[in-house]
Design a binder for this molecule. Structure first.
Ligand SMILES: Nc1ncnc2c1ncn2[C@@H]1O[C@H](COP(=O)(O)OP(=O)(O)O)[C@@H](O)[C@H]1O
Ligand SMILES: [Mg+2]
Length: 424
């Protein structure tokens, strides 16, 4: 089959790599793709993710059978709907209506509440004054969240009333009408260990990944610095027990799939569960409608099975068993100085083909001479594997050491996997 992969990040690089190793896949088109994918597929640099007509045009011209949409942006704009309804393509990635599981936190929280699926208590506010009044009398800690996509910048954990009022100022998007704002959620604060699960979903059919990855959100070590898209990941996370994973499947994932079906949603794609292990059981923090980045790079590279076969089995709702590689994988993200705020474009970086084989590119372009330069805040995830977490860490960081770059212009976290080491 011929496949188009929509997106330009490391997650899409991982998806392309997996498909390139699939027996049944002939041609892969990355739209718009990135410089890391050039050796393994056809990269359509010039096409934007939001140019639906151009994407459809490529799919028709190249006789694409499957489209895999990597990122939430095009899902939220209805790219899946367009390709399915207008061109009859098979699209792995939910329609706009189903993507609300990610694009509207209030939609999801109301669905969870209606079906008694464990999650933090919450209230939704669309009146600024009411939210303010609530904050003035609420007892912290609690969490204030924007309803829609906000690239990790829409959530504030509030420790005291002053912070609550400041967060309201910061997050509220007021409309022209008096007192009306875009929905904000105020949630009960959940204490516990956080983890995520990737689930392949086709309506009532679910297959939850057996292996869990943990990402690292803060820019610098040990929770310091601003929140980012993710500065590294490792798997498996052995301090999250199989019992917890099974509880999440039983009490959260299956009931959510059933609830979606009952609500008339027809979900096809990856559903990412963000969850907290509390004293009162596992609870939903949020859902995403696509793989996490960089969790996907680490997890997909640990899959031994044919990825295209996995997609086809999910589509046909056939029993699926995923074969996982033994041992550990660690991924360390390199990012340009200033990320996640202003970041530098055009910063040079050089590495061997061997390093490229073990890396997933997020933000690199190539000059006419073929040299790599930064084109995004996050540049590349460098991975290492080993029988133990220590071995995998050593492999990943020694690869990072082999890469040539200026440490004043490019940075990375040196403590990836610290939770795994502590919990030993
Ligand atoms: N109810 C909650 N209790 C405690 N921490 C929370 C809660 N909700 C969110 N968080 C923290 O904030 C982070 C971001 O929240 P999340 O709902 O995942 O939004 P997003 O990923 O869209 O920014 C979570 O990964 C978690 O660490
Ligand atoms: Mg999240």
């Amino acid at each position: 089959m011929n496949v188009a992969v929509i997106g330009k990040g490391g997650r899409e690089h991982a998806i392309v790599k997996m498909l390139a190793n699939s027996k049944s896949v002939n041609n892969i088109y990355a739209i718009p793709g990135n410089a890391g994918m050039r050796e393994i597929c056809e990269v359509m640099y010039r096409v934007n993710e939001d140019d639906f007509d151009a994407i459809a045009g490529i799919c028709i011209e190249k006789q694409v059978d499957w489209v895999v949409i990597g990122d939430a942006g095009p899902l939220s704009l209805g790219l899946a709907d367009f390709l399915i309804d207008e061109y009859g393509l098979t699209v792995f990635g939910p329609r706009k209506k189903e993507a609300r599981m990610e694009t509207s936190k209030s939609f999801t929280k109301n669905l969870l509440k209606k079906y008694n699926i464990p999650t933090a208590d919450f209230k939704v506010f669309e009146s600024y004054d009411e939210a303010k009044k609530y904050i003035e009398s609420a007892v912290p800690p609690y969490v204030i969240k924007k309803d829609g996509l906000s690239e990790g910048k829409g959530v504030v954990i509030v420790e005291n009333t002053e912070e609550g009022l400041k967060a309201l100022e910061q997050l509220a998007v007021l409309s022209d009408e008096d007192d009306v704002m875009e929905p904000l959620l105020i949630e009960e604060y959940l204490q516990g260990e956080e983890f995520s699960l990737m689930v392949m979903v086709n309506e009532d059919y679910t297959h939850t990944f057996e292996v869990i990855a943990q990402d690292h959100k803060s820019a610098f070590g040990r929770g310091e610095g601003p929140n980012t898209g993710g500065m590294g990941a490792y798997a498996p996370v052995t301090h999250i027990s199989e019992a917890v994973r099974l509880e999440a499947i039983e009490k959260i994932i299956r009931p959510t799939a059933e609830a979606m079906v009952k609500e008339g949603l027809s979900y096809f794609g990856v559903l990412y569960l963000g969850a907290m292990i509390t004293d009162d059981g596992v609870k939903v923090l949020e859902y995403n409608a696509r793989f996490g980045d960089p969790e996907a790079q680490v997890l997909l590279s640990m899959i031994e099975s044919d990825f295209a076969c996995i997609l086809e089995k999910v589509q046909r709702k056939e029993p699926l068993s995923i074969e996982w590689k033994d041992g550990y994988t660690v991924g360390v993200m390199l990012a340009t100085e200033g990320y996640p705020y202003e970041y530098k474009r055009g910063i040079g970086i050089a590495f061997t083909d061997e390093i490229m084989d073990r890396s997933f590119i997020s933000g690199l372009a190539q000059t006419e001479e073929g040299d790599y330069i930064s084109s995004g805040g996050r540049i590349m995830l460098v991975t290492g594997t080993g029988k133990t977490i220590e071995e995998a860490l050593k492999a990943a960081y020694s690869s990072v050491e082999e890469i040539q770059f200026d440490k004043k212009e490019i940075f990375y976290r040196t403590d990836i996997g610290h939770r795994a080491l502590i919990s030993k």
